[in-house]
Ligand binder design. Sequence first.
Ligand code: AHM
Length: 351
Amino acid sequence: MAVNRRVLTLDEFTIQAFRKIPNATGELSALLRDIGLAAKRIHVEVNKIGLVDMLGDTGDVNVQGEEVKKMDVFANNQMIGVLKHGVSCAGIGSEELDDIVVFDDEMSNQSKYVVLFDPLDGSANIDTNVSIGTIFGIYKRKTEKGTACNKQDFLQPGLAQVAAGYVVYGSSTMLVYATRRGVNGFTLDQSIGEFCLSHPDIKCPPDGKIYSVNHGNFFKYEKPVQDYITCCQKKTEKDGGPYTNRYIGSMVADVHRTLIKGGIFMYPGTTGRPEGKLRLMYECNPFAFILEVAGGKASNGMQRVVDIQPTQLHQRTPFITGSKNMVDECLSYLIPSPQPLSTRGEGHSSV
Ligand code: AHM
């Protein structure tokens, strides 16, 4: 089948977008191009993973207490490399590193942005060929240009993100990113090595029929969460169902499907881990931002995820995101309220 060569590449698209913004410097486009380059390098390695010695653990345990996979290290190094050598990033925070990395050289200190990322989310699935992904959130630094950035540039609520995105290394490799102006998806055309606009102006359908949650934890969830899951199982045609359950266990793949097809994705707290498993800064905030821009919602069960004031780089949060009406229904179980459903969730207006 012929490939459409008239579609915009990621580079062309971001440059055209920034030209429409008065006083834009182009630093954000450059940053997205840098991330696109890292994503292409990770894609190449993910695709030949069984052929080269990249499968398996390094033998180290990361700050989260998880086995570090060789591919985690490779992806982390690629992300740091492009961001350090680019002109737009003053420092980074990564799932793989205990602390932030301040680039602190003459050029980086002039840069406008800091980036938080999970270089390879779902890496426990690498060995079995399941889709995995890179997640990133971009913030304007708070400290003055010309100085080294510091922790306060990173500990900003998700609402302050200038852009956020992810790359899914799946049956095709796709980069999706959001700014407040919209969400756009780019598929990697391997024949020319470019991400090409394939999913312009993505909107998350307001309703869906897929709920995505780890059922193995059912008896560790609080009663309201169990009640909502049971409600999903009992849906019939009369009340918007029947629903089906899909849970890959790879957040990027599960939330990507939720964004495109509609549905709800949840990682609630459990009895042993009330704060859940997913990390606020580089997993939940980027997706919360993207889903909200696309017309969906994202909550921790109490408040909008993007409103949470972070206190630590690696803090965790329960996470519920997806189609607006499905998240609203879920929240009606989690946030008992005397208000009628239609006025609930005022604290959940979109980005
Ligand atoms: P990771 O950082 O070790 O890759 O863990 C994050 C992943 C997410 O991609 C996914 O949503 C979740 O862990 C699955 O966890 P569980 O196996 O507990 O359902």
